[in-house]
Design a protein around this ligand. Structure first.
Ligand SMILES: [Zn+2]
Ligand SMILES: [Zn+2]
Length: 152
């Protein structure tokens, strides 16, 4: 029994560390690790654009501002700009958040100008930020940037 445990520990210890993996292999590890989440995200955005009911954009971390998007045309534009191209994680901090709501469910993402991260319970996956999506989200937070926009 103890030997089996020692062998297990030893074989884990022998696994290559992240730093010794070539960049494209690192990419595959990230993708493989979160395959179920990627499938869920793809399925969520495969919903008809009409089934999205509202979008919340939350700016900042301590002094948060909330923006609720309910205009169907704007919702369609934002949903249409989402692309789910996985990328390796990076170490930047994310203070802005966007939540997509359909009639039945919702999904949360945090973002910056180059990351769009799916943050679900106990699981996350990072995607490339589509510049068009970033522009649309920034336009929403800039619109009412100085005022209190807690309209949830
Ligand atoms: Zn980054
Ligand atoms: Zn980032």
């Amino acid at each position: 029994m103890i030997i089996a445990i020692l062998v297990t520990i030893y074989s884990f210890w022998q696994l290559p560390s992240y730093s010794s993996v070539a960049p494209d292999e690192e990419f595959k590890i990230v993708v493989r690790r979160n395959e179920p989440l990627i499938a869920e995200d793809l399925a969520f955005f495969a919903n008809n654009a009409d089934s999205f009911q509202k979008i919340h954009v939350i700016e900042g971390i301590s002094d948060q501002k909330f923006f609720a998007v309910k205009d169907p045309a704007t919702i369609k534009k934002i949903v249409g700009a989402v692309s789910l191209e996985p990328k390796p994680e990076c170490a930047c901090a994310h203070f802005d958040e966007v939540e997509f709501f359909t009639k039945d469910t919702s999904r949360t993402f945090v973002y910056c100008d180059h990351c769009f991260d799916s943050c679900q319970t106990m699981s996350w996956q990072t995607y490339h930020m589509n510049p068009e999506l970033y522009e649309l989200l920034t336009a929403i937070t800039d619109e009412n940037g100085s005022g209190s926009s807690d309209i949830r």
